[in-house]
Design a protein around this ligand. Structure first.
Ligand code: KG4
Ligand code: ZN
Length: 331
């Protein structure tokens, strides 16, 4: 029987300090997430310097709790995996430095993980049967990528946003119409009370790129010109327009590549309207649709440990020169 592999994952790219222990890439033994949302809420968005300081304060206790919850010691860990980009440089540096120190002190291999690769891997934890190849729509606060997952570590970016990331558009619309930060979950909730009866300009390109700024600006202009427009209708119409764009591109890619397995990943994949509409493709287009459980959609360390595992088994190792790379690309 093959030996079980335990990876300790560390995530600190934005405003969540998270540490997790994952067995064999798919089984979460612990996933501790210390969120800074209440701290940044009053500023209407993440303040990078404050995020870094709070990571420093939290990381040691979060790590201790992750080991305790998993009922494991550092001796039993096979490797330490940490997000080294993309993200906020100061925030990333806290996790990277902490991971380097742990790896050195415990003589365990260090593995730098791409945060976007982590979001994709969240799907392997929730959906035990999911294996590459498949198509993945990575929809988060910082990214909107349509990616062909050819193998666990082999990616081809088919399309990406030319302006706002989809989550960024959610957050900006929410802020302008007075819902506060983070906007995505608030729009999700409010949209359920509204009708998607406002026509918004959906942008489509010849290729598989996205654009969300036109939809966002139209909503903001409508609200400024007429503050009495029903906010729930605005939220529902916004959600419908961005989902249409996302669906159309994803279907186009699936057809071009002749792939019938689609996964969603990233914070915006927590959106109930988007999940529901993608799930409908199982009936209307005979596709297989996957997304992570809610807690694994937004930033967490279990997804980093899972991606770390697939790097580990293919022999990837980082050394103590590992640095934060704020604009790290997927492939
Ligand atoms: O993946 P994530 O935690 O961080 C990045 O890597 O960017 O994504 C955060 C984004 C935020 O823009 C947030 O508003 C959005 O995910 N989000 C949602 C929902 N939950 C989180 N957007 C729409 N509906 C939701 N339910
Ligand atoms: Zn993320």
């Amino acid at each position: 029987m093959e030996k079980d592999i335990y990876i300790l994952g560390i995530e600190s790219s934005c405003d969540e300090t998270s540490v997790s222990v994952v067995k064999n890439g798919r089984e979460v033994l612990s996933n501790v997430i210390s969120s800074q949302v209440p701290i940044h809420e009053k500023f209407g968005g993440v303040v990078p310097e404050i995020a870094s300081r709070n990571h420093v304060e939290a990381i040691s206790n979060v790590t201790k709790k992750a080991l305790k919850d998993a009922n494991i010691t550092l001796n039993d860990i096979d490797a330490v995996a940490c997000t080294y980009g993309p993200g906020l440089v100061g925030a990333l540096l806290v996790g990277v430095s902490y991971a380097k120190a742990l790896s050195y002190a415990c003589k365990k291999p260090l593995i730098g993980v791409n945060h976007i690769e982590g979001h994709i891997a969240a799907n392997y934890i929730t959906n035990k049967e999911l294996k590459p190849p498949f198509l993945c729509a990575i929809v988060s606060g910082g990214h909107t990528h349509l990616v062909h997952i050819k193998d666990y570590r082999e990616f081809e970016i088919l399309g990406k946003t030319r302006d706002d990331a989809i989550g960024e558009a959610f957050d900006k619309v929410a802020r302008v119409i007075g819902l506060g930060y983070p906007g995505g979950p608030k729009i999700d909730k409010l949209a359920k009370e509204g009708d998607a009866n406002i026509k918004l300009p959906e942008t489509h390109f010849e290729n598989l790129d996205f654009s969300f700024s036109g939809i966002k600006t139209a909503v903001i202009n409508l609200h400024h010109k007429n503050p009495d427009v029903n906010k729930a209708d605005l939220a529902a119409s916004f959600e419908k327009a961005v989902t249409n764009v996302l669906l159309e591109n994803t279907l186009k890619a699936a057809k071009e590549l002749n792939i019938d397995t689609i996964a969603l990943a990233g914070g915006v994949s927590a959106n109930s309207y988007i999940r529901e509409n993608f799930l409908n493709l199982e009936k209307t287009h005979n596709m297989k649709i996957y997304y992570p459980e809610l807690i694994l959609c937004t930033d967490n360390a279990a997804m980093i440990a899972s991606a770390g595992y697939y790097n580990y088994i293919s022999g990837v190792r980082s050394d103590l020169e590992l640095n934060a790379v704020p604009n790290l690309k997927l492939s």
